[in-house]
Design a binder for this molecule. Structure first.
Ligand code: AHM
Ligand code: MG
Length: 330
């Protein structure tokens, strides 16, 4: 079969849907090209001198890894000059990054977690890049507030997983499509159109070491899964936790499951663990486009009106019937 490269896919979607503007196509090509560079840097590992701590911290108070900083720089550098963006924001930067004066500005806003799963970098376990695209509100002078739009306003979202292979999963609001990086050609090739998450599952993904901090509804749900055949669910469950959201969610999009970083007493004061704008929102958009569901337990993630750039939220996402069940326990 003739391979369909990302560019051809985007051009065909542009013709079919009329939803992709030339600037949005440029944006997606530029972001995914940057992901190829990140994939190469990640793949070099110790040989590239890229492992270990950067010796700096981000606004979340987390120690940055060298690869967090390298990936952030790659995405900034790639996206500054094309004229498609009004501003960028990242997990690794306190405030939005303006487009340098010498370049034209465009109508889109880009948010990213340049390298998700930082704790896995030095141990050679899958990590990834997550990104979200919004439109800059008409007539507004560029400011941080421009970014504070609910996830329903996203025009595109995607992620790359740097694992045994590098895969790109993308939605532009018309289903979810998977591409695999052909390392010899240096191109993303379409390998699965219209990914669908099975509505039922026997697999859950949660950091069990936080059990004593969970709220009652989450504890009840997991207890019932763990009780297996002998419990109210009447079937045995399996548990998987990579500890890179991007890899855990990718498994769920591929074969079903439910991923949770719920509210717990450890993270309650900050609203949760994962970040709304560049982790929960893009992943929720993708999950919903693949037929799954994404909630905090109390509300649909995509409906949340953000009040700050680095806002955190509880996350429960994946196979629809399981997510609905957890919600009903709330
Ligand atoms: P990061 O963006 O700094 O990598 O942190 C987010 C990560 C998620 O990828 C993952 O789901 C979670 O934090 C792991 O948490 P834990 O350390 O509790 O396993
Ligand atoms: Mg992250």
């Amino acid at each position: 079969m003739k391979p369909i490269f990302l560019t051809q896919f985007l051009i065909e979607e542009q013709r079919a849907m009329g939803k992709i503007t030339p600037d949005l196509r440029l944006l997606l090509e530029v972001v995914t090209r940057a992901c190829k560079r990140i994939s190469i840097a990640v793949g070099k590992g110790a040989l590239g001198g890229v492992l270990g701590d950067a010796g700096t911290g981000n606004i979340q108070g987390e120690a940055q890894k060298k690869l967090d900083v390298i990936s952030n720089d790659i995405l900034l550098e790639a996206n500054e000059w094309g004229g498609h963006l009004a501003a960028l924001a990242s997990e690794e930067m306190d405030h939005p990054h303006p487009i340098p004066e010498q370049y034209p500005k465009g109508g889109y806003l880009l948010l990213f977690d340049p390298l998700d799963g930082s704790s896995n970098i030095d141990v050679n376990v899958s990590v990834g890049t997550i990104f979200s695209v919004l439109r800059k509100p008409e007539g507004s002078a560029s400011s941080e507030d421009d970014f504070l739009q609910p996830g329903t306003q996203q025009v595109a979202a995607g992620y790359c997983v740097y694992g045994p292979s590098t895969t790109l999963v993308l939605t532009i609001g018309n289903g979810v499509h998977q591409f695999t990086l052909d390392r010899e050609l240096g191109s993303f090739v379409l390998t699965q159109r219209d990914m669908k998450i099975p509505p039922d599952t026997k697999e859950f993904s949660i950091n069990m070491s936080n059990e004593r901090f969970w709220e009652a509804p989450v504890k009840r749900y997991i207890d019932e899964c763990v009780a297996g055949k002998d419990g109210p669910r009447g079937k045995d469950f399996n548990m998987r936790w990579v500890a890179s959201m991007v890899a855990d969610v990718h498994r769920i999009i591929t074969r079903g499951g439910v991923f949770m970083y719920p509210l717990d007493s450890k993270t309650k004061s900050q609203g949760g663990k994962l970040r709304l704008m560049y982790e929960a929102n893009p992943m929720s958009f993708i999950i919903e486009q693949a037929g799954g569901a994404a909630t905090t337990g109390r509300e649909r993630i995509l409906d949340i009106k953000p009040n700050k750039l680095h806002q955190r939220v509880p996350v429960i996402m994946g196979s629809k019937n399981e997510v609905d069940l957890v919600s009903s326990y709330h």
